[in-house]
Design a protein around this ligand. Structure first.
Ligand SMILES: O=C(O)c1ccccc1N[C@@H]1O[C@H](COP(=O)(O)O)[C@@H](O)[C@H]1O
Length: 222
């Protein structure tokens, strides 16, 4: 089955347009100031306009304050919040109660132990997102272009709805889908020509690779 596809860290109308034309189900905007993909909420709001009703608009935040969220939610009017920090289950519940939006909670994964934290969020987070742990010294909690051992997701309860992220690109996404059968995938730096610079050609190549992975295999000679 075709997975949900989120293109994250968008900053130009061209990249938004291409992601939508190719069938992105989610588009993400990064509200983490140290990121090369950071965007002001009012700019993101204008960029997101063509996506309304076509793809889910996702605001990516890291341990946000209520002031941060007040501004982002009132200007962007996202469909979903992606919590990419160390938000506790209690903080997730508070955010959901305050803003009435579904939450995708992110977990950084290196070993099977990292997946044990998921349990405390079941019934609280609406969706999960599994990303690689950032390398030592990185200022970014995500968007590092690094993958983790996808086979670890085999330990998850099959009923958990999630997106897979971390270092996905046109060359590895088919393997990632084969191994995980992920219901959703999320890419950022894998469709960039330089940090923070999305390439429409690379967005095309990524969707092409997902479509090839999803295509039925024809028997030879028939
Ligand atoms: O992309 C960023 O700069 C970023 C900053 C802060 C939090 C999350 C960020 N990106 C998220 O990271 C993952 C994986 O990105 P990549 O494909 O490995 O580059 C993705 O979920 C982005 O939403």
């Amino acid at each position: 089955m075709k997975p949900d596809i989120k293109i994250c860290g968008l900053k130009t109308p061209e990249a938004v347009d291409r992601a939508l034309k190719r069938g992105a189900t989610h588009i993400g905007f990064i509200f983490f100031e140290k990121s090369p993909r950071y965007i002001e909420p009012d700019v993101a709001a204008k960029l997101a306009e063509p996506a309304r009703g076509k793809a889910k608009i996702v605001a990516v935040v890291v341990d946000p304050t209520n002031d941060d969220l007040d501004e982002i939610v009132s200007l962007l009017k996202p469909d979903m919040l992606q919590l990419h920090g160390n938000e506790s289950p209690e903080h997730v519940l508070t955010i959901k109660a305050l803003y009435g939006l579904p939450v995708m909670k992110v977990f950084s994964v290196r070993t099977a132990d990292d997946l044990k934290r998921v349990e405390a969020y079941i019934g609280i987070a609406d969706r999960f997102l599994f990303d690689a742990k950032p390398p030592k010294g990185s200022e970014l909690p995500g968007g590092n272009g690094i993958s983790f051992d996808w086979s670890l997701l085999g330990w998850l309860d099959g009923s958990i709805d999630y997106m897979l992220s971390g270092g996905l690109n046109k060359d590895n996404v088919a393997d990632a889908l084969l191994i995980t059968k992920a219901p959703g995938i999320d890419v950022s730096s894998g469709v960039e020509s330089a940090p923070g610079v999305k390439s429409v050609a690379m967005i095309d190549e990524f969707f092409d690779a997902v479509e090839r992975a999803d295509a039925p295999v024809m028997a030879s000679g028939s």
